[in-house]
Design a protein around this ligand. Structure first.
Ligand code: FAD
Ligand code: SF4
Length: 465
């Protein structure tokens, strides 16, 4: 008989006042008893809608049943067999829009805490030093992966499991993509991402850092001269967008990417680090997505006295995860909604001092289906700020497309791929993740990496077809 408790078993968190001053993880995870209690809420439904709601098809009821039975090793083998980065997904996936959104328990009450259980099982597996099943026999075929974010890591893991010799080429000095340089330590501890990457290395994936494909070596050279039979491009969307308003070139204006990279990857939060980052007393973060929440909460932890989110639509349209908005509010971040910056003002030394804004109201729905924000006449106002962080989205970097003849892209830079196979316009070149979709989510990038690996396997190893 399932546990019919209507709400999710709560997970302990750091107190908001305490955590606003440190970079340690906010959510503390389940105990064994809490995990078992939550697992017993699952009905083990025959038609398994939660599995269909997961972009990588994790066999959710199967691993949850093992947790309820106390068979953690069995739960870990199922989970890690379906998902190359379970400890990451358990922490940052928007489960509320995916598996948990379609959970049968969610029809009348709260859904099963699938993400929380995923996190519990993944952490348990890591603590025991468990690794995914060993790869099949080597097949001697070399495949290159460009970029070591979730798309590249998941593609590499799935190909390696099929016996391929896989090399990931990463532009930065540390692998992990946004998981390492973007999402802050207090949401996703870097040691944990590193352990997931080490697990892939343990099964034989090679990672070469400091190689910028398109500059250090071209994609064609990888195929023609380095003996790779196919290439998967998972280079993400790391090129920040700006509003193009006056004052964006002032000292103290950052793209969210630069701001978060300095703080996370370059460890500016650590007092021993020599990475400079200018976080003034009053910080304004422009945008309403996860990136904006991360930048605002990082600014607070770096010592800012007042941090404001400036978003031109209402809270309902905010793309950030509910949990992130909730945590940001708890920590005291101010939300200036229906507000749009029009100009950033500076002093005679070129430092940011103010931001001119205008209030907005919502008009008719636009092409995205969301109501278009329009300027409210006579509502201009000025706020005093010392730092501005622009978090209004990113686009794919054009480097690889511009150095690979015949590689087709959308006007906005996304690589064009076949929907089923994720094959690009070039033979033996596949792509997925943010490089194709524009800025999206970890699990969608991972799903694309996994699907591309299956398609590459079908092309290179016809016995699978
Ligand atoms: P990336 O993670 O961007 O990785 C691409 C990698 O390719 C990078 O390491 C890059 O250095 C490398 N690269 C680029 N060009 C080259 C080249 N020419 N040669 C070699 N290497 C190259 N999603 C969620 O699901 N939940 C969240 O809570 C969430 N929060 C986010 C917070 C922030 C601050 C940001 C920026 C994003 C967040 N996202 C979140 C989105 C998610 O992180 C991305 O959708 C995901 O990382 C995309 O994965 P990817 O592998 O396609 O690209
Ligand atoms: Fe369990 Fe919910 Fe999936 Fe049903 S839909 S099997 S209750 S997690």
């Amino acid at each position: 008989m399932a546990n019919m408790q209507p709400t999710k078993t709560p997970m302990n968190e750091q107190d908001p006042i305490v955590r606003g001053k440190n970079f340690q993880e906010v959510a503390l995870g389940y105990t064994a008893e809490q995990a078992r209690n939550e697992a017993e809420r699952c009905l083990n439904c025959k038609h398994r809608p939660c599995v269909g709601g997961c972009p990588v098809g994790v066999r959710i009821p199967d691993f949850i049943t093992r947790v309820a039975q106390g068979d953690m090793a069995g739960a870990y083998q199922i989970l890690s067999g379906d998902n190359a980065l379970p400890a990451v997904c358990g922490r940052v996936c928007p489960q509320e829009n995916q598996c948990e959104q379609v959970c049968v328990r969610g029809i009348k009450h709260e859904p099963v805490g699938i993400g929380r259980l995923e996190r519990y099982v993944a952490d348990w597996g890591m603590a025991q030093g468990m690794a995914p099943s060993a790869p099949e026999n080597e097949n001697g075929i070399k495949v290159a992966v460009v970029g070591s974010g979730p798309a590249g890591l998941s593609c590499a893991g799935a190909l390696r499991a099929r016996g391929y010799s896989v090399t990931i080429f990463e532009a930065l000095h540390t692998p992990g993509g946004v998981l390492m340089y973007g999402i802050p330590e207090f949401r996703l501890p870097k040691a944990l991402v590193q352990r997931e990457i080490d697990t892939l290395k343990k099964i034989g994936v090679t990672i070469v850092t400091n190689v910028v494909v398109g500059k250090s070596i071209t994609l064609d050279e990888l195929l023609a001269e380095e003996g790779f039979a196919a290439v998967f491009v998972g280079s993400g969307a790391g090129l920040p967008n700006f509003q193009n308003i006056p004052g964006e070139d002032l000292c103290g204006v950052y793209s969210a990417n630069e701001f978060l990279t300095r703080i996370n990857l370059m460890k500016a939060y650590d007092k021993q680090s020599r990475t400079p980052v200018k976080v003034g007393r009053r910080v304004a973060v422009i945008g309403g997505g996860n990136v904006a929440m991360d930048a605002a909460r990082s600014a607070l932890r770096m010592g800012a006295e007042k941090v404001s989110i400036i978003y031109r639509r209402s809270e309902k349209e905010m793309p950030a995860r509910l949990e992130e908005v909730h945590h940001a509010k708890e920590e005291g971040i101010e939300f200036k909604l229906l507000t749009n910056p029009t100009r950033i003002g500076g002093d005679e030394r070129g430092n940011v001092r103010s931001m001119e804004c205008v209030e907005m109201e919502l008009g008719e729905a636009d092409a995205s289906g969301r109501r278009r924000p329009v300027k409210k006449p006579g509502s201009e106002f000025t706020m005093d700020v010392d730092t501005v962080v622009v978090a209004i989205g990113n686009s794919p970097n054009p480097l690889i497309a511009s150095t690979t003849p015949g590689l087709a892209t959308q006007k906005w830079g996304g690589l064009i791929v076949d929907e089923d196979t994720l094959k690009t316009s070039r033979d033996r070149v596949y792509a997925g993740g943010d490089a194709v979709t524009g800025a999206a989510t970890v699990i969608l990038a991972m799903g694309a990496g996994k699907r591309a690996a299956e398609a590459i396997d079908r092309q290179l190893n016809p016995t699978r077809a």
